[in-house]
Design a protein around this ligand. Structure first.
Ligand SMILES: *Cc1c(COP(=O)(O)O)cnc(C)c1O
Length: 392
């Protein structure tokens, strides 16, 4: 079956023995009656397993071509659950241009437990290999990166990981399994902030993990239950509901993102556009080799930081808000929002400067999005001229 069909059919037939409901029900129950001593229906206590969550977990495992899926309370809960696989003294090689919350968890929390992290530009496999130490346990890849849309060659990371007996862990939030399936490229673990494209409607916070291999699946299952940062039944249902239309949404996100990226490139208020779908994006070819698309995230730099506030103020359709991947277009300012916890000098080094704006291009009509961007950019140029900004 094609992924479009598998997504739409999530949960269909799973309720046949009870009611035949096409939409799988929300099992709002924490405890389950045992038929007799030593017997179980397969459900005992909802932290361990819940029927609605189980349907979701089986679905994400299937669409990512993995062996087991785990639904967590958030993307961060998913990462925390994965990191519990490791022990004091372990070291990790991690994407340099990293989601701010992941960086915060690693540097402010997990370093206190004796884990250490090297942040490396993984676009260059030689740099990744040079960072391997005797105590290195895994390579954690975010691709494309947030917000600069830098692409890491997942196969190249897997080759290094195999050579040194490391795990390859991929944050697949930006692509979703519709466009990219890292387990097929050799990765061991994939996780998502399902809050983003998988949920798709800016209304549910969730994380998903998919594992490859029986031993790893058993370990994560044990940790998922032991830590308990699991997803509740209502949110599991919302996520299933969102995932059914993932294919349709991703196609439209991408179509609109192409249009927006091409428009931004021509606008005099803009100096740089970052979208891996553009043929002259430095990582375009790598992206084409490992994914079937480019998704809906576009970042750009305006000429002058003084343009940022007026640009945001003038947007009418696109909301200035801190998330991505939903049907509604959102605009984020990484310097003070998603990346505020990353020190300014590191931000500048990776290029997340104060002129950078990130767009999560939604599924509205492309003409309306471009009209909104055009009027806000025009207004931002005028405002920065008045404020004595550089407009060239
Ligand atoms: C949002 C996000 C996370 C964190 O997920 P939450 O659901 O917000 O906890 C992790 N990685 C990436 C790439 C994200 O965009």
């Amino acid at each position: 079956m094609h992924i479009e069909t598998r997504l739409v059919q999530i949960g269909v037939g799973a309720e046949d023995r009870n009611t035949g409901a096409v939409s799988f029900p929300i099992y709002q129950a924490t405890a389950y009656r045992h038929p007799t001593l030593g017997e179980s229906t397969g459900f005992d206590y909802t932290r361990t397993a819940n029927p609605t969550r189980s349907v979701l977990e089986a679905a994400i495992a299937e669409v990512e071509n993995g062996d087991a899926g785990f639904a967590c309370a958030s993307g961060m809960a998913a990462i925390q659950t994965i990191m519990a696989l490791f022990s004091q003294g372990d070291h990790f090689i991690v994407s340099l241009d990293l989601y701010g919350g992941t960086y915060r968890l690693f540097e402010q929390v997990l370093t206190r437990y004796g884990l250490s992290f090297s942040y490396v530009d993984l676009r260059d496999p030689a740099q990744a290999e040079a960072a391997v130490r005797p105590e290195t346990k895994a390579i954690l890849v975010e691709t494309p990166t947030n917000p600069l849309m830098q692409v890491t060659d997942i196969r190249a990371m897997v080759a290094i990981a195999k050579k040194y007996n490391l795990l390859t862990i991929v944050d697949n939030t930006f692509m979703s399994p519709y466009f990219q399936r890292p387990l097929d490229l050799g990765a061991d673990l994939v996780f998502h902030s399902a809050t983003k494209y998988l949920g798709g409607h800016n209304d549910v916070l969730a994380g998903l993990i998919v594992t490859k291999g029986r031993e790893l699946s058993e370990k994560v299952k044990y940790l998922h239950n032991s830590i308990g940062a699991v997803l509740g039944p209502q949110d599991s249902w919302l996520l299933i509901r969102g995932m059914k239309t993932l294919a349709l949404r991703m196609e439209r996100h991408q179509e609109n993102a192409f249009r927006v990226a091409r428009f931004l490139r021509e606008h005099p208020a803009v100096t740089d556009v970052f979208y891996p779908g553009l043929a002259d994006h430095p990582d375009h070819e790598v992206q084409k080799r490992q994914a079937s698309g480019f998704s809906g995230m576009v970042s750009f730099r305006v000429r002058d930081a003084k343009q940022v506030a007026p640009f945001l103020r003038h947007l009418r359709i696109i909301s200035f808000a801190e998330s991505l991947g939903g049907v509604e277009s959102l605009c984020t300012y990484p310097a003070t929002q998603t990346h505020a916890d990353i020190p300014a000098e590191i931000r500048e080094k990776v290029g997340v400067c104060d002129r950078l704006i990130r767009l999560s291009v939604g599924v509205e009509h492309g003409d309306d999005l471009i009209a909104d961007l055009r009027q806000a950019l025009d207004a931002s140029l005028e405002a920065s001229l008045e404020a004595g900004g550089c407009t060239r």
